[in-house]
Design a protein around this ligand. Sequence first.
Ligand SMILES: N[C@@H](CCC(=O)N[C@@H](CS)C(=O)NCC(=O)O)C(=O)O
Length: 208
Amino acid sequence: MTVLTNLKYYYLNLGTQGRGEPSRLLLHDANVSFEDNRLEFPEWMALKSELSKEYPAAALPLLKTGDGEYYGLSGPLMRFLSHELGYDAAGKKETHFIDQIADLSSDWLQDCIRLFFQPDQRDFHNKVFKPNHLGRMESMYGYHADGPYALVSDTSKNITTATATTTIDYKENPNLSKFVQAFEDRKNLKEYIAAFPKDEQPIVIPLE
Ligand SMILES: N[C@@H](CCC(=O)N[C@@H](CS)C(=O)NCC(=O)O)C(=O)O
């Protein structure tokens, strides 16, 4: 078991948007303290060239543990942390179900991230991609009808879904609504989520 002490977490300075927030939420949920480094792009480029040997994946998010090891990329890092923190699903079938949600969440996030670079595509995104992603999640979170969590009982891998960069119409998506409410009420997350900025604007990254 890796000792999760003296943790240094790295992601771009994108507020709650992008791929950085799920692991932050997981660490907060587990009450694990960490140094939260929100990097400007040039800072990341400097770190990236410094780490080229130790961390060939060379992308964020990234966690450095107290023993000097690097663990990165949103899905693999969530799986690693979930395992180390004892949040794993109980069996193969449950693990597979959660993995499917993680995969769909990643697709959703990627479509949202594309909008950082192509904000003019937002109408198309809202009309075509967003309903598709919402429909998939609504179906996954409705499968175990006793919800509110993906597997009924709570497990951290729900966290990826909770932070997809979008707004949700809760009337149209009752299963997701139930999940988000339960998630936001979690003991160690309540205060943290309540302090999220209320006026966060969609990220726009101009192409050089
Ligand atoms: N599939 C990876 C994607 C990683 C990725 O592309 N991260 C972006 C930030 S969201 C990044 O590091 N961009 C800067 C770079 O590639 O140097 C994940 O889910 O973490």
